[in-house]
Design a protein around this ligand. Structure first.
Ligand SMILES: *Cc1c(COP(=O)(O)O)cnc(C)c1O
Length: 305
């Protein structure tokens, strides 16, 4: 199957809009704010998860893969997006889920159940083995025809899909901001800027959405080509709000205010932290006069249900 067939079978948009926003806190120092609306790519498939899955799914379909296995938490946007794709593409999907939600499935797990996903709940210890080579080899022997996709979909083919965001840009920017969890999105954006020869003029700023100073940088570095200049990108760790999926009243209120002002929905796990950080950094004068800033809205509204 080629790309266009895949896109039409999933009825997913080929690219997303890039729009200027003017929240009251953005009017400072002649700064321009734009949002890349990957949240609008598809009503069910979460934006950046599609970017990361696309180039894994195309060869899988070409090879007539009948079974895909992947990993995630009970609210994972990655597992949700992949579960939907597999259901639409008639591929069996096994989801290895951290924790036992069998008596109390999240809305995301309820969707997977509707989509006939084979859900396997595992304890934390087992889940920790998800990147262990021996564990994965054993799994591959058990399911020799299955394609195993890592947590978050963050693997090399993912970078190619995310880099296409840079191909689509209509305007030039001084900064591109994105939330960081498993690192694939940031690594893909860096790769895209390198391909366009723009890594020196445009800076990449990741906002860590979990407590992971050092760890997140390592995840991104591990995905990048070895000769990528490490000074060309940076991750800020001041806006994780205590950890993954942790939030407080101020952040939730900010998400609502942001919607009031821009009519763009955001949630407190990823995009809320991204735009909150953006507001704070603008207020602190982090960005020079007249900076042109692009924030990537990665989607993810399903996880906030
Ligand atoms: C998974 C996810 C991210 C994090 O992307 P990584 O590539 O894992 O760093 C950001 N935003 C949303 C909405 C996500 O679902």
């Amino acid at each position: 199957m080629n790309k266009n067939n895949l896109l039409s079978q999933l009825t997913i948009a080929t690219s997303s809009a890039e729009s200027i926003i003017q929240p009251d806190w953005g009017a400072k120092n002649g700064i321009t704010l734009a949002v890349k609306r990957d949240d609008l790519l598809h009503p069910i498939i979460s934006g950046n998860k599609w970017r990361k899955l696309k180039h894994a799914l195309m060869p899988a379909i070409a090879a007539k893969t009948k079974h895909i296995i992947s990993f995630g938490g009970g609210f994972s946007n990655h597992v949700h997006a992949l579960g939907y794709c597999c259901q639409q593409l008639n591929i069996q999907f096994t989801a290895i889920i951290r924790g036992d939600y069998s008596h109390n499935p999240s809305p995301m797990l309820q969707d997977l159940i509707c989509w006939k996903t084979n859900i396997q709940y595992v304890d934390r210890q087992t889940y920790q083995q998800r990147t262990n080579v021996t564990y994965l080899q054993t799994m591959q022997r058990q399911y020799p025809n299955a394609l195993i996709i890592p947590e978050g979909g963050s693997q090399l083919p993912a970078l190619k899909g995310v880099a296409e965001i840079i191909d689509e840009l209509q305007n030039s920017y001084d900064y591109v901001l994105a939330p960081v969890a498993s690192g694939g999105t940031l690594a893909g954006l860096i790769t895209g800027l390198i391909q366009h020869g723009k890594l020196t003029e445009c800076k990449i700023l990741g906002i860590g959405v979990l407590k992971g100073e050092g760890y997140l940088e390592q995840l991104v570095t591990d995905l990048l080509e070895k000769d990528t200049p490490s000074k060309s990108w940076h991750i800020n760790h001041d806006y994780h709000f205590g950890g993954y999926a942790k939030s407080n009243h101020e952040l939730r209120q900010f998400c609502q205010d942001f919607y009031q002002q821009t009519k763009i929905e955001i949630e407190p796990v990823y995009s809320g932290k991204l735009f909150f950080a953006l507001r704070e950094l603008i207020a602190k004068g982090y960005f020079p006069q007249k900076s042109r800033i692009l924030a990537l809205h990665t989607g993810g509204l399903q996880g906030a249900r």
